[in-house]
Design a protein around this ligand. Structure first.
Ligand SMILES: [Fe+2]
Length: 259
């Protein structure tokens, strides 16, 4: 009997130790080290070309790839919902917000620059439209690698190296509290800078902690990564770099510095 008690005691102790050793995240949530499997064939995601607004000044820009084409970094379902639900919602609500106002005839950039921050509908949906237009345009199944040409030169000059730029962007995205964006901008002084904004704000809007012409933005809202990465936003940001189309970012840089 005594032996049985000792055996049971040892067993309980072992279970307790194993339980206590479960890894935890910074937020004290149990980290199971597992992510949702994405090995299953992509669900059939519709066609991005079928996604249309209800009409108005601003339309959906379309995608140069299918929802499932960025699987190495972002699963098809996330891409589909992000583009056909979230982005479309911003576009429709932006069109509603500007209907019958002088903003109907302005470009989205002008609307952002002249924004009254107290206009919540225009701030959230105009920002959502501008930000997502840039986000989806700067991704590609053939992305990754490194910038070239004038953009590469500017990155080396202003950050020291491309790796340092990536570190700064990853840091800005990881540290943005709650939903928001990490940005690479060309400042008024012509230099590149990195920062972040909350919600759907962006560096074109007045009153932001980073100001300038955005040439690249990372969406760090949970809707951009949660299905595969759950709470691991830094892992999403790391994987996101594998689908960045630096040629498009380079074109954005050329436009921003040609002014
Ligand atoms: Fe988003």
């Amino acid at each position: 009997m005594k032996k049985l008690s000792i055996l049971l005691g040892s067993l309980m102790l072992t279970i307790g130790v194993v339980s206590c050793e479960q890894p935890k995240t910074e937020n004290n949530e149990v980290n199971t080290e597992k992510t949702v499997s994405t090995d299953a064939p992509a669900e059939s995601a519709g066609n991005p070309a079928d996604v249309k607004t209800d009409g108005g000044t601003f339309q959906m820009p379309g995608l140069k790839y299918g929802y499932a084409d960025l699987e190495k970094s972002i699963d098809a379902k996330t891409m589909e919902v992000h583009y056909s639900k979230h982005f479309l919602g911003y576009a429709n609500k932006l069109n509603e917000a500007i209907k019958g106002t002088p903003n109907e005839s302005k470009s989205i950039e002008e609307i952002m620059k002249t924004l009254d921050l107290k206009n919540g509908a225009l701030r959230n949906n105009g920002g959502g439209y501008y930000n997502h237009t840039m986000y989806f345009a700067t991704m590609s199944p053939n992305g990754g690698g490194q910038p070239t040409g004038a953009l590469a030169d500017a990155i080396n000059k202003d950050f020291g190296s491309f790796d340092e730029l990536k570190n700064k962007l990853a840091d800005a995205g990881a540290k943005q509290f709650g939903s928001g964006w990490a940005w690479l901008v060309v400042g008024k002084d012509g230099k590149l800078a990195v920062g972040s904004t909350a919600n759907q704000d962006n560096p074109l809007m007045p009153g932001q902690s980073i100001s300038g012409t955005p040439i690249f933005g990372i969406d760090v809202w949970e809707h951009a990564y949660y299905l595969r990465y759950q709470n691991k936003r830094p892992d999403y940001i790391t994987a996101f770099f594998d689908v960045v189309d630096w040629n498009v970012v380079g074109e954005n840089f050329a436009k921003a510095t040609a002014k």
